[in-house]
Design a protein around this ligand. Structure first.
Ligand SMILES: Cc1cc2nc3c(=O)[nH]c(=O)nc-3n(C[C@H](O)[C@H](O)[C@H](O)COP(=O)(O)OP(=O)(O)OC[C@H]3O[C@@H](n4cnc5c(N)ncnc54)[C@H](O)[C@@H]3O)c2cc1C
Length: 177
């Protein structure tokens, strides 16, 4: 079972099928309750924007975590040498923070306490890959959730266990194209 996602593309044979990217998130300073109410987060509901690149957000106590944007790699190993303080990653963080400050007047002067990110695997048509390994029908490859894998990786991981025990077939997902 290979669930190595954005790494080790030679193992899964996904070099030509997926793109490994680094996606970003930032945390604001603590906001006041009235400010959270005014920007629409008073009920504490996580959200996504409809404009692209999509921006998501959720509360962490009185802080808001916002995420959006990608740093692209030509080889997944570039993840290991990525410096988030300079170059494309630093520029992407600045773009994200400026976008957040433009979302609402209450966010115009907000400061950020944390910046972080991690690898995601973008697949063709954003359709997860859940197949037999091209070199061994006894092995499965699973991943490529294109940034939407928290629930899917758990759900499909349980399905994969059943498939490996011969109790369930693999899905036959078709690309939208
Ligand atoms: C900042 C950020 C925000 C996100 N937000 C959301 C969100 O809001 N909602 C959502 O649904 N998804 C979100 N995601 C995506 C989600 O986290 C991933 O889709 C999910 O974690 C993928 O799970 P996975 O187990 O397939 O892969 P991963 O969690 O990437 O795990 C792959 C594992 O394989 C290991 N590995 C790689 N190569 C080898 C090797 N050769 N040998 C041994 N081990 C190896 C790695 O060390 C890693 O532990 C976000 C991701 C990031 C980075």
């Amino acid at each position: 079972m290979f669930a190595t996602n954005a790494y080790s593309l030679e193992l899964t044979r996904w070099e030509q099928r997926t793109e490994s990217c680094f996606t970003l998130a930032v945390a604001t300073e603590n906001l006041t309750d009235p400010a959270l109410q005014e920007i629409g987060l008073g009920e504490g509901k996580p959200f996504y924007t409809v404009d692209l690149p999509y921006l998501w957000g959720r509360l962490l106590g009185k802080q808001v975590i916002f995420g959006s944007g990608l740093v692209h790699f030509s080889d997944w190993r570039e993840m290991y040498s990525l410096n988030v303080e300079t170059g494309p990653a630093a520029e992407a963080f600045s773009r994200l923070e400026n976008r957040i400050r433009g979302l609402h007047p209450k966010l115009r002067g907000v400061s950020f306490t944390n910046r972080w990110g991690g690898p995601i695997s973008i697949s063709e048509g954003w359709i997860p890959i859940f197949e037999r390994h091209p070199e061994s029908a006894d092995a499965l490859v699973l991943g490529g959730y294109s940034g939407h894998g928290v629930a899917q990786s758990v759900y499909l991981g349980a399905w994969a266990a059943e498939a490996l025990l011969g109790k369930r077939e693999l899905p036959k997902w078709k690309s939208p194209g």
